[in-house]
Design a protein around this ligand. Structure first.
Ligand code: MG
Length: 164
């Protein structure tokens, strides 16, 4: 078993659709438009989940949870991330840090950035200073889509200390 840390990269993009709930990082943002998709369309969690899976050398999100499978219709993407984290944990890895970028012209996400960062830190079970989230706009060039990128660093879990 090697002990070198591993980095993973994830990317996702979803089209914006009127009347869809706008779930981002497991937080529902008030918005007239939301990301379309088979699941809840949470681009941040999809990118993050793929980064986790990629770093651990596992199959990607679309392979593990295909969008042709009716059981994932409307699914909360927190479940995808939790499943990826379990697979990582089972292989002796844990997330040490994560950094995400959300590219989004609408809705305005800056008022919700703190809540999203906090939710990400809860889902990853990390201190907030080990999880970051930046919002970017394309100044109207990409107002039909919402896009996210994520990197994570995996480190080996410390073996449990024998007591006594
Ligand atoms: Mg997706």
């Amino acid at each position: 078993m090697d002990h070198f840390p591993r980095i993973g990269l994830g990317w996702d993009r979803h089209r914006l659709q009127s009347g869809r709930p706008c779930w981002l990082a497991g937080v529902e943002i008030p918005s007239p438009v939301g990301p379309s998709g088979h699941s809840d369309g949470d681009v941040l969690l999809h990118a993050l989940t793929d980064a986790v899976l990629g770093a651990a050398g596992l199959d990607d999100l679309g392979t593990l949870f295909p969008d042709t499978d009716p059981q994932w219709a409307g699914a909360s993407s927190t479940m995808f991330l939790e499943a990826a984290l379990r697979r990582c944990h089972n292989r002796g890895w844990k997330v040490a840090s994560a950094d995400l970028v959300l590219v989004c012209d609408r809705p305005k996400i800056s008022p919700f950035r703190g809540a999203m960062r906090k939710r990400l830190s809860q889902l990853l079970q990390l201190a907030e200073d080990r999880v970051n989230l930046k919002g970017k706009t394309t100044e109207g060039a990409n107002s039909e889509y919402m896009e996210a990128q994520a990197v994570v660093l995996l480190i080996r879990e410390m073996p449990a200390q024998a007591s006594g």
